[in-house]
Design a protein around this ligand. Structure first.
Ligand SMILES: Nc1nc2c(c(=O)[nH]1)N[C@H]1C(S)=C(S)[C@@H](COP(=O)(O)O)O[C@H]1N2
Ligand SMILES: [Mo]
Length: 418
């Protein structure tokens, strides 16, 4: 493995992160405020800001975290074909780890001609395909990369094809990396996570579609892993190799760079739109998004304070401050992201097949938007902050405020009232 710090050999396109939900086109949506709140809050600017929120992110509008020189999907088409980066030539090997071999009855290898190919994958998809919503976020990023409807087949379906027998403790998996060990990106999961899902949680999938379209190279196609509850580094792109191992440890690329490789996604709030300046006497329209993490989401709150107001030095998370509730928006009527008619297809996990409405809201490991019309305040310079209260009534980022297990700091922006 490369010993470079992770960020030195990664190309990161951060720009989109700060605009997630702002990429608005004709298909923009009406996420609606709960009716009572909407009545209280009739305000054209806030209504317009809410109408601009887009739930799903178009594939080409995702933020991207990737490595490779050249980036594997930018090869000329002949080379793409040669290295299995097209659907027609893609193959997935699933073999035992030579160093700590799991006992399996049917290794799937290129050498033996038993690797899974695209037709094989599509055949499995006829019976086993699943779809679910999942937000993609880099644990090191301040904001999500994008919100997607991902489709694939459960990884366990493929794992069972190898007829595993014993000595199988972890699943290591790898993306195409120009056959250069320094460019390799790999991740791993305990086998139990692959074989069983906690109630209400989704399976780890070998994914081939995003928002109803086959995955582009940039989004990790032809095939990537998608791990519903995990930060982005578990969702390895350009997936070509799975190694079944008796090794008991994680061997993730992201173990370099001081990252916590077992972190579930955390709950946090971010602003989407807020005025930088506003006239005194005018209410302040604000919208935002949340990532709903492992501990769920009960509330979104804001804190508006004069910029020169001090707060107790021993309270870095403003726990004693006067936070006020914002409104978590209902599921959108149109989902955006380029899906046909903005309508979710049937069969999305966690949604009723008939009504296509979610069983509950908000959903874990997805996005929920929020909005608030903050009552007018006197002239001056202010700080505006947002945070979440999780389902356990714990104000985030506690109790895990460690950036390397996923950033969920309290966001702060400036507001001039004059
Ligand atoms: N093969 C490969 N897969 C990868 C990466 C990579 O560099 N190479 N980056 C990972 C990281 S760190 C993140 S955060 C996600 C980002 O997914 P996205 O670029 O589709 O938004 O992809 C993951 N999968
Ligand atoms: Mo990442």
């Amino acid at each position: 493995m490369s010993s470079l710090p992770i960020w030195m050999n990664e190309h990161t396109d951060l720009s989109r992160r700060y605009f997630l939900g702002l990429g608005v086109a004709a298909t923009s949506i009406l996420a609606n405020l709960s009716r009572s709140t909407a009545a209280e809050q009739a305000n054209p600017e806030l209504d317009a800001a809410i109408a601009r929120l887009e739930y799903l992110t178009k594939p080409e509008s995702f933020g991207t975290v990737e490595r490779g020189t050249p980036l594997p999907y930018t090869h000329p088409v002949e080379k793409l074909r040669e290295v299995g980066m097209t659907r027609e030539t893609w193959k997935l090997e699933v073999i035992a780890d030579p160093e700590a071999p799991a006992k399996i009855g049917f290794p799937m290898s290129r050498e033996a001609g038993t690797a899974l190919d695209w037709d094989g994958l599509m055949k499995l998809a006829e019976r086993h395909s699943v779809k679910f919503l999942k937000i993609m976020t880099c644990n090191n990023g301040g904001s999500p990369l994008g919100m997607g409807l991902w489709e694939g087949i459960p990884l366990r379906t493929i794992l069972w094809l190898t007829k595993p027998d014993s000595d199988l403790r972890r699943v290591f998996y790898y993306g195409y990396h120009n056959d250069d060990p320094k460019q390799r990106f790999q991740s791993s999961l305990p086998v139990g996570r692959v074989l069983e899902d906690p109630p209400g949680e989704h399976p780890v999938i070998v994914c081939y579609k995003l928002n109803g379209e086959f995955l582009s190279g940039k989004r990790g196609g032809p095939v990537r892993m998608v791990v519903p509850e995990a930060y982005g580094f578990k969702s390895v792109k350009w997936l070509q190799k799975i190694i079944l191992t008796n090794a008991p440890y994680a061997n993730d690329t992201y173990a370099n760079g001081n990252n916590d490789v077992d972190s579930w996604m955390k709950t946090f709030a971010r602003f989407v739109s807020h005025p930088a300046t506003i006239k005194a006497g005018q209410p302040i329209p604000v919208t935002g998004l949340t990532q709903v993490g492992i501990s769920g989401l009960k509330k979104v709150q804001y804190l508006l304070q004069p910029a020169d107001q001090s707060h107790p030095a021993d309270d870095p998370y403003f726990t004693t401050a006067d936070w006020q509730d914002a409104t978590i928006l209902a599921p959108p009527k149109a989902w955006g992201g380029g899906i046909a008619e903005g309508k979710l297809p049937t069969g999305v996990l966690g949604f009723d097949a008939e009504s296509r409405q979610p069983d509950r809201w908000p959903l874990r490991y997805t996005l929920a938007h929020w909005a608030v019309l903050i009552p007018a305040v006197p002239s001056g310079k202010y700080h505006l902050r947002c945070r979440t209260i999780d389902s356990n009534d714990v104000a985030q980022p506690m109790p895990r405020p460690f950036a390397k297990s996923g950033r969920n700091s309290i966001q702060q922006v400036d507001l001039n009232v004059g």
